[in-house]
Design a protein around this ligand. Structure first.
Ligand SMILES: [Zn+2]
Length: 294
């Protein structure tokens, strides 16, 4: 790639939030954490499917993983690392950051990291909050991540959404703690008729036509000249997962639509754009990140 090219091909950040089918935020009120151990784990075989897709596309990614999952499925965690991907933290058991006080959050990220590092033998320097739950209510979260020596976080959705969001946060990388190199890399939004729209994956990627994501990432890479940050979950490539009967109609629609099309859509996405690990993206973004005390 020529350095002088008018539109250099940007390497975008590819990420997987490693949690099982019953651990998603949308089911939080219908499946009790106390019952998790009685449910059938599918995360290992689903991560293996994801690893196969990535191997076929010859891309590397970051796997933001729950400590709870690593405790129960250590062998698949080691496969992630052995394949050259980054292992990072998604907290211990998917409790959202704004449900903690500062000391509870400190303990959650410390415990999750210890489990992940012990299990993989690799340092963990990245963090993604469950359900993008760092927002204006939790300014201490970034201070705690900086204090514990994390290099980066990708925990903010700078958009209005029914489950999460911090609409006034910067759309691109920022340094949330004065005097610290900690960098926050928000999940991707695009601009549509003057409004920010979520465009970094999850249900939007699966439910909407592929063309929407193509348009959004082209806008970010082309007009904004910034890398996109995309995420999905292992359960999204698992069409035969158990159905949660008690969930709301809205949650069911969001969770189960197009599961059978996900692998094909991902293959398109991986082929069409360039992708890499989040820690490498964070290193490239360090000089571009704006200073912003949360
Ligand atoms: Zn999650």
């Amino acid at each position: 790639m020529a350095a002088a090219s008018a539109s250099p091909v940007l390497v975008n950040g590819l990420s997987v939030d490693v949690e099982d089918w019953f651990q998603v935020g949308a089911f939080e009120n219908v499946i009790d954490r106390a019952d998790w151990d009685s449910l059938a784990l599918r995360v290992d075989r689903n991560v293996e499917r994801v690893l196969a897709l990535f191997a076929d596309a010859q891309v590397h990614a970051t796997f933001f993983t729950l400590g709870w999952v690593a405790q129960r499925q250590p062998s698949v965690i080691r496969k992630i690392v052995a394949a050259g991907h980054e292992l990072a933290s998604h907290g211990y058991d998917h409790a959202r950051v704004f449900t903690f006080n500062r000391s509870q959050f400190a303990e959650d990220i410390r415990v999750a990291r210890e489990i992940l590092e012990d299990c993989s033998g690799t340092p963990v320097t990245g963090y993604r909050a469950p359900s993008f739950s760092i927002d204006h209510r939790t300014p201490w979260a970034f201070e705690e991540l900086a204090k514990q020596g994390y290099a980066y976080s990708s925990s903010v959705a700078p958009v209005v959404h029914d489950h999460y969001g911090w609409p006034s946060a910067p759309r691109f990388s920022f340094k949330p703690v004065e005097g610290s190199d900690l960098i926050e890399i928000p999940v991707t939004t695009a601009m549509l008729r003057g409004k920010r729209v979520a465009a970094g994956g999850g249900g939007f990627f699966r439910v909407l036509p592929y063309g929407f994501s193509r348009w959004a990432i082209r806008q970010v890479n082309g007009r904004d000249r910034r890398p996109a940050v995309f995420y999905f979950h292992p359960w999204e490539v698992d069409p035969t997962q158990p159905r949660v009967a008690q969930a709301t109609m809205r949650s069911k629609l969001r969770h189960y639509t197009n599961l059978d099309k996900m692998a094909g859509k991902l293959t398109n996405l991986l082929d069409e754009f360039r992708w890499g690990r989040m820690d490498q993206l964070a290193a490239r973004e360090a000089d571009l990140a704006v200073e912003m005390a949360a």
